[in-house]
Design a protein around this ligand. Structure first.
Ligand SMILES: NC(=O)c1ccc[n+]([C@@H]2O[C@H](COP(=O)([O-])OP(=O)(O)OC[C@H]3O[C@@H](n4cnc5c(N)ncnc54)[C@H](O)[C@@H]3O)[C@@H](O)[C@H]2O)c1
Length: 440
């Protein structure tokens, strides 16, 4: 068979399997990104295998017991019972798969350099069980060039040729945990392949399960899209945090300023100040870009500056608490300080990079007696010791309450009644007027 006929044959076979739902779908990494994706493909009628190194997660998936807030067990369990979704820690399952989406973590090292170890180890495992006719899509957020420069060589060691014998793409994950309006299925999916045939295969694959697919010309473009989106957010949050610092200094209410500015029907998009950045994306992803561009001789100055300002916010919150306690004649040392909400954002359970951890630690180091309430977080580790959540009613016995995460279920009116002093870093008490409220 000629080369072009071989390409056409491999492509046709996989296309047909995808179109008639016979393609066996694999998702590597069953976390906040991977599990919802696995569920969407199972719902679309595919047979899905999740592969994760965590025994605990695979056991829970196989028991239909969800650990991801956006996926109720009532959605997961029927898919598992119907045999549409299963999970394993055994990478040899890849031998039977036609497609693999890689959704493993991409944290930063202490030096703020990308930690690619999860991508490398999962790709090494995939490479051991790799076979012709597969579509592999990297979804983990990473620096531009990763798919072509790091993943492709690992898979090409098999002797198979990309775009001919197998297909490789990058598709940024845009999931927004806790967002009831936009979930995996209705967030447009950008995809770029190593070759035009790869992009087309990626487009065809996602369009079976997701509402809208946006193909782009290369893996690098797709990788850069995610970094632009998250850098845009990080820098705008940095800008508005700096506005908050300036407004505080000159005695202007930054929240009122933003609300009024947001009435402009064009050319303005409101961002809100807060206690600092959190989560596995916004505080981290832009540094993947600055790391890459530094190698090309370009300093990402906006990113570094916004990173600095955002990093100062927990200190600013602590200054506010100190000032508020001073005004009522109490030092932080020995005062009971109760933090409301410790997850990095509203209505989710994710503590990763949460600024609440910095706020608690800084206050504890100043001698404050700290406690917290969070309906999603039963306990956390602070300086090596475990701190259990306290009931929301603890606010009455605290010298100062700090609202760090504005979960919807908190009783804000009750809080204003019962608390002695409140530092509100999220404007959660908008509309409440009381001398005991100190706003960011
Ligand atoms: N959480 C979000 O809101 C979000 C949004 C957009 C993009 N992302 C990106 O998606 C990627 C995944 O993030 P997440 O939040 O789902 O992470 P997560 O920690 O919730 O999930 C990752 C999963 O991968 C598993 N894992 C680690 N190493 C593995 C390996 N070698 N083989 C198989 N499984 C392995 C872990 O056990 C875990 O279950 C990251 O690159 C992140 O930046 C996350």
């Amino acid at each position: 068979m000629s080369d072009s006929l071989a390409v056409a044959a491999t492509q046709k076979i996989l296309e047909q399997k995808i179109l008639d739902r016979r393609a066996r779908v694999g998702i590597v990494g069953l976390g906040y990104v991977g599990l919802p994706l696995a569920v969407e493909f199972a719902r679309a009628g595919f047979s899905v295998t999740g592969i994760d190194i965590s025994e605990e997660k695979t056991r829970r998936v196989n028991a239909g017991d969800s650990y991801v807030g956006d996926i109720p067990s009532s959605v997961l369990a029927p898919l598992v019972e119907a045999g549409k979704l299963r999970a394993t820690t055994d990478f040899s399952a890849a031998l039977e798969l036609d497609t693999i989406n890689i959704c493993v973590p991409t944290p930063l090292r202490k030096t703020k350099d990308p930690d690619m170890s999860f991508i490398v180890s999962s790709c090494q495992e995939i490479a051991r069980h790799f076979h012709a006719g597969m579509l592999v899509i990297l979804e983990s957020t990473t620096y531009p060039g990763t798919t072509d420069e790091l993943v492709l060589p690992m898979l090409s060691k098999s002797g198979l040729e990309v775009g001919r014998d197998f297909f490789l793409c990058f598709s940024p994950e845009r999931v927004d945990p806790g967002n009831p309006k936009y979930q995996t299925v209705n967030i447009p999916k950008v995809v770029g392949g190593c070759t035009a045939a790869c992009t087309e295969m990626g487009r065809l694959f996602y369009s079976q399960a997701l509402e809208r697919v946006v193909p782009v010309s290369s893996t690098q473009v797709a990788e850069m899209v995610k970094l632009l989106e998250n850098t845009f957010r990080m820098i705008n949050i940095g800008l508005v945090n700096e506005m908050a610092l300036m407004c505080d200094r000159i005695g202007v209410d930054v929240w009122e300023v933003i609300d009024a500015a947001a009435t402009k029907p064009f050319g303005f998009m409101p961002f809100y100040p807060g206690p600092g950045l959190g989560g596995h994306c916004i505080p981290i992803d832009p540094f993947y870009l600055s790391w890459k561009t530094r190698q090309a001789g370009i300093e990402a100055r906006f990113i570094e500056l916004a990173g600095y300002i955002n990093g100062q916010m927990p200190h600013f919150v602590v200054d506010k608490v100190q000032g508020a306690l001073n005004d009522v004649g109490k030092p932080v040392k020995g005062s009971r300080i109760h933090v409301m909400g410790v997850a990095y954002k509203r209505d989710i359970d994710d503590l990763r990079e949460s600024p609440a951890l910095d706020v608690l630690l800084l206050l504890q180091r100043l001698g404050g007696i700290v406690s917290f309430s969070d309906p999603f977080v039963p306990s956390l580790k602070l300086d090596g010791t475990t701190l259990e959540a306290a009931p929301e009613t603890s606010v009455s016995s605290a010298d100062c309450v700090v609202i760090v995460t504005d979960h919807s279920s908190f009783d804000y009116a009750g809080l204003v009644d019962r608390a002695n002093l409140i530092v509100d870093t999220r404007n959660a008490l908008k509309g409440h007027t009381s001398k005991k409220i100190v706003r960011l």
